[in-house]
Design a binder for this molecule. Structure first.
Ligand SMILES: *[C@@H]1O[C@H](CO)[C@@H](O)[C@H](O)[C@H]1NC(C)=O
Ligand SMILES: *[C@@H]1O[C@H](CO)[C@@H](O)[C@H](O)[C@H]1NC(C)=O
Ligand SMILES: *[C@@H]1O[C@H](CO)[C@@H](O)[C@H](O)[C@H]1NC(C)=O
Ligand SMILES: [Cu+2]
Length: 221
């Protein structure tokens, strides 16, 4: 069982976001506690101003990405860029996830390209839900290794939340260029090839790596 304090913290986080679209909890959103929800539909970062002055570490070998969803359902794209203004060159870090149920969703093992170690950049979340595509970003410092110290206060799954891998064309279009450019190339993978996200001990690293190399391949075409 999670300690009571964590449960309370998680509940408070949930209550603070339940009326909104979505909140990026980990890594911490550019906007922190002062998110303006009416700006969340503005690419690439919602209301957040891309600024690399204040970063938190993100382990390229696997680290947590946690969100709180205020909608009953969302597709999630987890992407990242080294562009100092988050203006483009987005790399997909994780297969697109479909969340059902309001509340917390945390993927504890999201990987990034190893050659990014020592560089700063942005992790960007895009949510596709009933009211369109919404955005949040976090400024991060890419570091080596994997984050094995899971913080269950921020990284947990809501009891009514379930998730699966499911591709989405609108979110796929946000990989690569600036979002306003043309298609980033052929669909990166057949959704049927992705293992169920619900099972334990998944080869998530290899799925992310496959997606990454397909992206690189597409970029080289
Ligand atoms: C939030 O953004 C909207 C749209 O840009 C703006 O009208 C409103 O004043 C903002 N609210 C706050 C509290 O900054
Ligand atoms: C993307 O990366 C390429 C190669 O590093 C660079 O020439 C280009 O300006 C970048 N584009 C954006 C929008 O950052
Ligand atoms: C939350 O659920 C997703 C999807 O089933 C899973 O991949 C992830 O590991 C879970 N997170 C935690 C912290 O258990
Ligand atoms: Cu909404």
């Amino acid at each position: 069982m999670a300690p009571l304090r964590s449960v309370i913290a998680a509940s408070l986080l949930f209550l603070s976001a339940v009326s909104g679209h979505f909140e990026l909890v980990t890594p911490p959103s550019l906007e922190g506690d002062s998110m303006n929800e009416s700006k969340e539909g503005t690419a690439p970062c919602g209301g957040g101003t891309p600024d690399l002055a204040k970063t938190t570490d993100f382990h390229v070998g696997g680290d947590a990405v946690a969100v709180i969803l205020g909608h009953p359902q969302s597709y999630w794209l987890i992407r990242a860029t080294l562009d100092t203004k988050a203006a483009g060159n987005w790399t997909q870090l994780f297969p697109i996830v479909k969340q059902s149920g309001r509340g917390n969703l945390c993927e504890p093992d999201v990987t990034a390209p190893k050659e990014w170690v020592g560089k700063k950049g942005f992790i960007g979340l895009a949510s596709k839900a009933t009211d369109g595509v919404l955005y949040q970003c976090a400024a991060v410092n890419f570091v080596s290794g994997a984050n094995t110290a899971l913080n269950t206060a921020t990284c947990n799954n809501g009891s009514s939340v379930s998730a699966s891998f499911e591709d989405d064309a609108d979110l796929k279009a946000l990989i690569g260029g600036s979002g306003s450019t043309t298609s980033p190339g052929p669909a990166a993978s057949s959704p049927n090839a992705a293992p169920s996200v619900l099972g334990g001990g998944l080869p998530i690293g290899s799925v992310a790596a496959t997606a990454f190399f397909l992206l690189v391949g597409a970029a080289l075409l």
